[in-house]
Write a protein that binds this ligand. Structure first.
Ligand SMILES: [Zn+2]
Length: 321
């Protein structure tokens, strides 16, 4: 059979999936990345995870038509090189050549993880049936990607979509990129948690003060803010409204630029769901021209599988199958 492998690699975990030639996910496996052991270790681990998947489906490497992989950070998908990844601590790692070599010459295609997630949602998830799909991931940061009629948009240097790194006036939090007040210091899971913690430190009343007494507030996460929201907590409601308003600003720029039919929102902070999306929608509509207001805004449907399925679909397309 013609099988495809999709790999979703993050700073914490690697997920590998085995798919049939119709891109149905047959089996997947997950392991800690162990990025501190270096690129060589991680790529050998991926090769062993792929071999294990094949063995369990009673297949061999000969059955695999291509491997696709979504990498965090900047990627050159033409040469198959991870240019730079802060999460993995990789610089100029020729992933396609190295992993292809470890797998006995199976073609390996890589791209940025947000693009692979969007490609997967466009093909099999919430973007199914739409011509122009914009994917947005809200996790430790925020980034976007665009698939128009099945083709990814890259821009110069494959750099399109770094939506999180536009500084906002009046905002001052230090961003991971070195600038201050970037959109992602607010509109991300990290941003939700940071803003809640800062307001707790200022002594604002909240059920979170009881759940995380004293220094415990340093451990408050975006998920805790959602839990507090469900208790009717005023601080949590206000934080998610504030973040939703800023998310709307970022989406207004991107929607105006790319004119998608649908925006698919995924990543860890998307678990906040309507708690975040309702204030976002309310703020968004006055920020975009009337002709854009029909854009559908949906939560991602594939969760953990979008990256794996998207990577495999990308590999299939690149392999010309
Ligand atoms: Zn930034």
């Amino acid at each position: 059979m013609s099988a495809y492998i999709g790999v979703d690699i993050g700073g914490t975990n690697i997920v590998c999936g085995l798919l049939d030639d119709q891109l149905n996910l047959l089996r997947k496996t997950k392991k800690p990345t162990g990025a501190s052991n270096g690129a060589d270790y991680v790529l050998r681990l991926i090769a062993s995870m792929i071999d294990e998947l094949l063995e369990r489906e009673k297949l061999t490497r000969v059955d695999v038509a291509a491997v696709g992989m979504g990498n965090p950070g900047f990627v050159d998908p033409v040469r198959g090189v991870s240019l730079s990844s802060a999460n993995l601590k990789w610089e100029n790692v020729p992933v396609s050549d190295l992993l292809g070599g470890l797998l006995g010459g199976i073609p390996v295609f890589i791209d940025n993880d947000v693009r692979m997630y969007t490609y997967g949602e466009a093909a099999r998830g919430a973007g199914r049936g739409y011509d122009h799909v914009m994917g947005v991931t809200l996790g430790t940061g925020i980034a976007a990607a665009m698939v128009g009629r099945g083709e990814l948009y890259y821009g110069s240097g494959f750099l399109a979509g770094e939506l999180g790194h536009v500084p906002l006036e009046g905002e001052n939090a230090l961003c991971g990129c070195g600038m201050r007040g970037c959109l992602e210091t607010i509109a991300s899971a990290t941003g939700i948690a940071r803003i809640a913690r800062e307001r707790l430190e200022q002594g604002e009343a909240s059920v979170l003060q009881q759940w995380f007494p004293g220094d415990g507030r340093k451990d408050v996460t975006a998920a805790d803010v959602s839990r507090a929201y469900d208790e009717g907590d005023a601080l949590a409601v206000d934080v998610l409204r504030f973040v939703g308003r800023h998310l709307a600003r970022g989406l207004a720029w991107a929607i105006t630029l790319w004119s998608p039919d649908v925006v698919v929102i995924g990543g860890g902070a998307a678990n906040a769901g309507e708690r975040l999306l309702a204030p976002m929608r309310e703020a968004l509509m006055p920020l975009i021209l009337p002709m854009y207001r029909g854009v559908a805004i949906k939560l991602a449907e594939m969760n953990d599988d979008a990256g794996v399925v998207g990577s495999a679909a990308f590999a299939k397309a690149r392999a010309g199958a």
